[in-house]
Structure formats: C-alpha cells, structure tokens
Design a protein around this ligand. Structure first.
Ligand code: AAL
Length: 371
C-alpha cells in the first residue's frame, strides 16, 4: 500500500539524500532503495558484470553432441598449477531422452558420464589429464553416471563430492544422492567411499528426490556443504539450496534445520566473503540472477541484482578452505554453456568467466588472477 502523499510535497530533490528523508513521504521504490548497501549497484562490493573467454585445450568432436563437458568444480591451485574437475560425457550419440536411452545411449547431457580433470598454468590453456572418478560397477552409488562434482581440501587430503545416479536421468525426474571419493593428491588415485554421503530427505521433505550440486567450503572450522534440491516433482520442480555441516569429510553431515537456506538458484556457487558467505544465485526462482550474502553462512539476503551470470560456476577461491573470517572474494573461474538448441547436437562446453567480486583488487593473490 502506498502511503498518502502530504499536500505540500515538493517533488524529488536532484541530489540523492544519503540518509532516508523523514520530512516527506517516499515511494515504495525509494523506501526500498535505502535498504541496499549503496545507491548505485556498481558501488556495491557484491555487484559485478561477467566476461567470458573461450578455453583452449578441449576437443569437442566438432560439437556434434557426442562429447560434453559441464558442471565444473571450484578451481584450486596446487603443485604450481590450477586444477578443475568436471562431468565429461563421451558417448556414441548425443542424448536421446529417457525413453530412447539404453546402456550406451544417454538420456540427458549428464547421463553415462564420468568425472574428469584438467590442469592449467594460466586458467585459459588447459590440459585434460584423464578420468578422476569413473562410474563404479553396478550396484554401487553412481553406477549409471557420476556428475557435477566439487572439491574439498581438508587436513592435507582431497575429497571429490558428486552426484551418483542409479538410473538414467529423466526416467522419473533427475533423482540421485551424493557420493564421495578421496585422495592424497589432486592427481589421485581416488578411492570411492562407496556410500551415500548426503542422503535424500524422507518422503514429504523438500529434498526427498535429489541432492544435487554438492559444494563444500570450510567455514568456522567445519565443512559447510551447500547443495541444491527441488520441492515438488518433475515437471514442476521448485529449486532451492540447502546446507549440510560436518566435522569430518566422510560425514556424518547434518542438514541445517533452517533448510532451504536460499529459495532460488540452480547450480550452487558460494564463496567466503569477509566474515560471511556470498552466493551466486542463478537461473531459477523468484530471486534468480542475484548475488546474496549471509553473515552467518545461513541467513542470506540479496546483496545485488545482475545479469549474464556464469552458469554452474566453479570459481577460483584462494581461501575456500581457510577463510578464517576474512573471505576475499573471487575474480575468475570456470562455468559452462549449454547447447540445447537441437537434440542431435546437445552438449555443453566449459568456459572461463572473469568478474570483480573481490574485496581488494590490490591483494596480490587476487591481482594475479585479474585479466
Ligand atoms: C546440472 C546440475 C545437476 C543436474 C544436472 C547435472 O547443471 O544442476 O547436474 O542434475 O544439471
């Protein structure tokens, strides 16, 4: 409801008052403008535009739909180089939908996939190194497809969390739980824990059908693993983000009682920012295409609204595993573009994105990554 305008209202001043005026009525939009941290979006530390650059070093079979790379992990820097893990599908045909899928024909872009990895000296030119986590034999978790991975470093060891499909995606919906493999080095070898590490919710709970996009950070000395799930079933999925916390990478993970903690977004992308956690909230939901911030990692507010955000972003986060209340933000990462215009050529490619969501562009660790 708009408040009644006073008779002596003289209109809008030419200079935006720093403090909310109290001597006259304000429109609802002007009222709201004082709840933002800055009067212009570009003055807000959690606002950025995004620039995209083609990556070198990945072969896509002339983009005929038989090779797909998507859903990259965070980028980490180890042994003097950058590492990224991702879903790779290399199948005889492009995806044909659930009804036409079989042991070799994929139902969806992420069906019949394995987790691969690549390394790079500069973040632009990449060398694909091979499979990190293959599909395990039936009936282990992920025997149909292992996808959408993310990396954790904890006490000198490495952990890859990923979606483990036990049926072709699309048979009922996109249902799967989360599995994990661990290694002493980012080059592997990776040992599968061969168990469900984040189980689906019970019947009727918001995350009963799937646990997607596992995304671990170390925050307040604990493992904060964010994930996506969906209320309701296919085709009316309502996507939101939840949080599960653990003291040990192999669990148990305890789901946060306030879940879902973000009511929008698709693939999950978070990073430590100052003493809280920031999130890129992309694509789905009433708050899509926003950047959000929670000073406790749980209670998120919209910090800014932006556009052309990176899909399935895996940023390079210098302090992903040791932010200690001084999260520095991000300046680049890897995301994906999906070519879904025709079934016959349906596949995805990895791309680089650059942005300015860094607290201090003079931070040497950040500066070396700004293009
Ligand atoms: C993605 C992710 C999950 C979904 C599918 C593959 O971008 O949200 O991984 O299952 O799409």
């Amino acid at each position: 409801m708009l408040k009644e305008q006073p008779e002596n209202s003289t209109g809008f001043p030419f200079v935006l008052p720093k403090e909310k005026p109290t001597d006259r009525m304000l429109s609802r939009s002007m009222e709201r403008n004082y709840s933002y941290t800055a009067p212009r979006p570009e003055h807000n530390e959690l606002y950025s535009q995004f620039k995209y650059t083609e990556l070198k070093g990945f072969d896509y079979n002339n983009h005929d739909g038989t090779i797909s790379r998507r859903d990259p992990s965070k980028v980490i820097f180890e042994n003097g180089k950058y590492y990224v893990w991702y879903t790779k599908r290399h199948t005889p045909t492009s995806p044909k939908g659930a009804k036409n899928s079989n042991d070799t024909i994929p139902s969806s872009d992420w069906d019949l996939s394995d987790i691969w990895y690549a390394t790079s000296a500069d973040g632009f030119q990449w060398e694909e190194q091979g499979v990190a986590v293959p599909r395990p034999p039936k009936p282990n978790v992920g025997w149909r497809s292992v996808t959408t991975t993310d990396i954790l470093k904890w006490k000198g060891k490495f952990y890859l969390y990923y979606q483990g499909f036990m049926e072709a995606s699309g048979k009922r919906g996109d249902d799967c739980p989360v599995a994990v493999s661990y290694a002493d080095s980012p080059d592997g070898p990776w040992t599968p824990a061969n168990k469900i590490i984040i189980p689906n919710g019970k019947e009727g709970e918001w995350d009963q059908y799937s646990i997607h996009d596992p995304y671990p950070l170390v925050y307040k000395g604990k493992i904060y693993l964010y994930y996506k799930s969906d209320f309701d079933g296919d085709p009316n999925l309502v996507r939101m983000q939840g949080l599960a916390i653990a003291d040990d990478p192999l669990g148990p993970f305890e789901k946060h009682p306030l879940n879902p903690v973000i009511t929008s977004g698709h693939e999950t992308t978070m990073f430590p920012f100052q003493d809280g956690i920031a999130a890129l909230v992309i694509k789905d939901g009433n708050e899509h295409f926003t950047i959000q911030y929670a000073e406790d990692g749980v209670n998120f507010d919209i910090a800014s609204i932006t556009s052309l955000m990176p899909t399935a972003a895996g940023p390079y986060i210098p302090d992903a595993f040791n932010s200690n209340g001084n999260g520095r933000g991000i300046t680049w990462g890897i995301s994906h573009f999906v070519n879904a215009t025709t079934w016959s050529h349906n596949h995805s490619i990895l791309t680089r994105f650059d942005c300015d969501l860094s607290l201090d562009v003079n931070d040497p660790e950040m500066k070396k990554t700004i293009v």
